[in-house]
Ligand binder design. Structure first.
Ligand code: ATP
Length: 503
C-alpha cells in the first residue's frame, strides 16, 4: 500500500504519520481493507476500537446538530439516487480533478495539489514577498481551473519547475480531467439498465428532500431558517489517495444544510464558522492546531467559503468546509425536476427559493485529527509509582472507545470474583472490559494505548473495605473509591454532556 512505500527516505512528518498508522493497526483502530490480499488502495476498515471512537464522534456531531438546535432535524437518505440528481448538481459535467503523470516515475498526481504544495513551500521560505508570490501562483491556478485550461496547468507546472517528489523531474504528461464519480448499473437486464452513481457527497440527498422535511418537520412544518443534518457514506474515485484515512475512496461525511432567507446568508455563514470551530475545541482539539482558510477563489455558485484546517502530521489541511452555496442547488433541482422547491414565508408574505449555508466534515478526517491530537508521549508513573516515558491516547473521555477496564490484582483469593461483580455493576452503563490476564502494569499500559480514561483494580483490601483503586489515564494518579461510588464518578467524566455543554 502507498503508505508503506519509500521507508528509506522517510521525512519526520511521514514518521509521525507512520506512528499513528502503526498504532491504529496494532491497537485495533483501523486496518487496511482486505489486507490478506495486500489491501485495496485508499480503502480502510474500522476495527473493534476504531468503530467505537468513530461512533462516538458521529454521535456527538449528531447530537450537537439535532438536539442542540430546535430547528435542525436529521435524515438518512439512500446512497443511490435518481441519476438526474447528478446532472442537476453539476457532478456529471464538472466533478473533475486535473490529473497528471510523471513520465519517469510513472506516478500520478493531482495537478492542483502539486501547485498548492509549491505555494506552501514558497510561503515557508518566509521572504518579504513570499505571501504575495504564493497567492499569485494560486490565483493563476484558479483562473486556469475555472477556464478548464489543462494545457495552461501543465505549462504552469513546468514554468514553476514543479518536480515529481520521486523522480525529481518535470517530465509531465498532458493534464487530463478525471471525473471522480463511481458508476454502476441498476436493473438485472443489461439493455434496460440505467447508469447510476455512488453518491460523491451526502448533500444532494438533503436538497431533494428539502420540501418533504420542511412540510413534515418535527410534527409541525419547519420555518426558515432551518437545517437538515445527515451522516452517511460518500464515494470518490480519488486520483491519488495517500496519507492514510485522510483521503479515501469510500468515506463518511457529516453534513448539515441550513436553509435561510435570501440575503441573510452572510450572518448565518459567520454563525456556523464560529459554531463549528467551537465544536472542534469542545471535543479536545487545541486552538493552535486549527486555522481558517477563507477561499478567495470561489466555486461559481458560492458567495463565501472557508475551510477549517487541522495541523495533521503532514501540515495544515482541510478538515471541514463551510460553504455559502446561494440558491444554486435548489434552483438546479427545480429546473431538472420541474417541481417547485420554494418556501412561503408567512412574515414576509413572499415565496422564495431559500439560500443554503453548508457545513461539511469527513467523519474519517475528524477521526484522524482526533487520533493525531490524542497521541501523546510524556513522563508518567508506572504501576510501581516509578517515572518513565510512556505513550497514551489523550482522548476526551466521552470519545474514548472503552470507558473503564477492571482488573483483579491477582488471579486468586476471590479477587477475580469480586472484580467480576464490579464489572457487572458498570457494564450496563459504559463500554467496560474485564481482564484477569497479565500484570497490572502491562494492563495499564495497554489501556493507555487505547485511550481508556479509567482503570479499576480490585485487591485484597477491597474484600475487607469495599474500596477499589481507580487509576486515571492522563495523570496516572490513583485514588481509593468505594465500589458504590465508582459508577457515578465515571458517569460524570464520560458523559457526552461534558462536550455538549461547551457548545
Ligand atoms: P479536498 O480538497 O481535500 O479534496 P474537498 O474540498 O473536495 O476536499 P468537500 O467536497 O468540501 O471536500 O467535502 C467535505 C469534507 O468531506 C472535507 O472537508 C473532508 O473532511 C471530507 N472529504 C472529502 N473528500 C474526502 C476523501 N476522499 N476522504 C475522506 N474525507 C473526505
Amino acid at each position: 500500500m502507498s503508505d508503506k512505500n519509500n521507508k528509506s527516505k522517510i521525512t519526520p512528518e511521514e514518521a509521525n504519520l507512520q506512528k499513528i498508522i502503526s498504532h491504529a493497526k496494532e491497537y485495533g483502530f483501523v486496518f487496511p481493507s482486505s489486507e490478506i490480499y495486500d489491501g485495496l488502495q485508499a480503502v480502510y476498515d474500522y476495527a473493534q476500537n476504531g468503530v467505537e471512537l468513530k461512533n462516538n464522534l458521529k454521535n456527538v456531531w449528531w447530537k450537537a446538530m439535532t438536539m442542540l438546535h430546535e430547528n435542525i432535524v436529521g435524515i438518512d437518505a439512500a446512497i443511490f439516487m435518481h441519476p438526474t440528481t447528478w446532472k442537476a448538481s453539476g457532478h456529471i459535467d464538472s466533478f473533475n480533478d486535473p490529473m497528471v503523470d510523471n513520465k519517469d516515475s510513472k506516478k500520478r498526481y493531482r495537478a492542483d495539489v502539486l501547485i498548492e504544495n509549491r505555494a506552501e513551500e514558497i510561503r515557508k521560505e518566509n521572504k518579504e514577498d513570499s505571501e504575495e508570490v504564493a497567492q499569485n501562483l494560486l490565483n493563476k491556478m484558479g483562473s486556469l481551473l475555472t477556464a478548464e485550461n489543462m494545457e495552461g496547468l501543465r505549462n504552469l507546472l513546468i514554468e514553476e519547475k514543479i518536480t515529481c517528489p520521486i523522480s525529481k523531474t518535470s517530465n509531465w504528461t498532458d493534464v487530463r480531467q478525471f471525473n471522480l464519480m463511481f458508476s454502476t448499473q441498476m436493473g438485472a437486464v443489461a439493455e434496460e439498465s440505467e447508469t447510476i452513481y455512488l453518491r460523491p457527497e451526502t448533500a444532494q440527498g438533503i436538497f431533494v428532500n428539502f420540501l418533504n422535511v420542511q412540510k413534515s418537520g418535527r410534527g409541525t412544518s419547519m420555518k426558515i431558517p432551518f437545517g437538515i443534518a445527515q451522516i452517511g457514506k460518500a464515494f470518490r474515485n480519488e486520483i491519488v489517495a495517500r496519507q492514510f484515512i485522510f483521503r479515501m475512496r469510500e468515506f463518511e461525511q457529516m453534513e448539515m444544510q441550513y436553509f435561510v432567507r435570501p440575503n441573510d446568508q452572510k450572518e448565518h455563514f459567520d454563525y456556523w464558522k464560529a459554531k463549528r470551530h467551537k465544536f472542534l475545541l469542545a471535543i479536545g482539539i487545541p486552538a493552535e492546531k486549527l486555522r481558517f482558510h477563507d477561499h478567495e477563489k470561489l466555486a461559481f455558485y458560492a458567495d463565501a467559503a472557508t475551510d477549517i484546517e487541522f495541523e495533521f502530521p503532514f501540515g495544515f489541511k482541510e478538515l471541514e468546509g463551510i460553504h455559502s452555496r446561494t440558491d444554486y442547488d435548489l434552483k438546479q433541482h427545480q429546473i431538472h425536476s420541474k417541481k417547485k422547491l420554494q418556501f412561503f414565508d408567512e412574515e414576509l408574505k413572499e415565496n422564495y427559493v431559500p439560500f443554503v449555508v453548508e457545513t461539511s466534515i469527513g467523519a474519517d478526517r475528524l477521526f484522524l485529527a482526533t487520533m493525531c491530537n490524542a497521541y501523546t508521549e510524556d513522563i508518567g508513573k508506572d504501576a510501581n509509582g516509578e517515572e518513565r516515558l510512556r505513550a497514551y491516547l489523550k482522548l476526551h473521555p466521552a470519545l474514548a472507545p472503552i470507558k473503564v477496564a477492571i482488573f483483579p490484582l491477582v488471579k486468586k483469593d476471590g479477587l477475580p470474583e469480586k472484580a467480576r461483580e464490579v464489572f457487572e455493576l458498570l457494564r450496563y452503563d459504559f463500554n467496560a472490559i474485564y481482564e484477569e490476564r497479565g500484570s497490572i502494569g502491562k494492563n495499564y499500559t495497554r489501556q493507555d494505548m487505547l485511550g481508556t480514561p479509567f482503570c479499576v483494580t480490585i485487591d485484597h483490601q477491597t474484600l475487607e473495605d469495599g474500596m477499589v483503586t481507580i487509576r486515571h489515564r492522563d495523570t496516572t494518579a490513583q485514588e481509593r473509591v468505594a465500589i458504590s461510588d465508582v459508577n457515578a464518578k465515571i458517569a460524570e467524566a464520560v458523559s457526552i454532556k461534558r462536550i455538549l455543554e461547551k457548545l
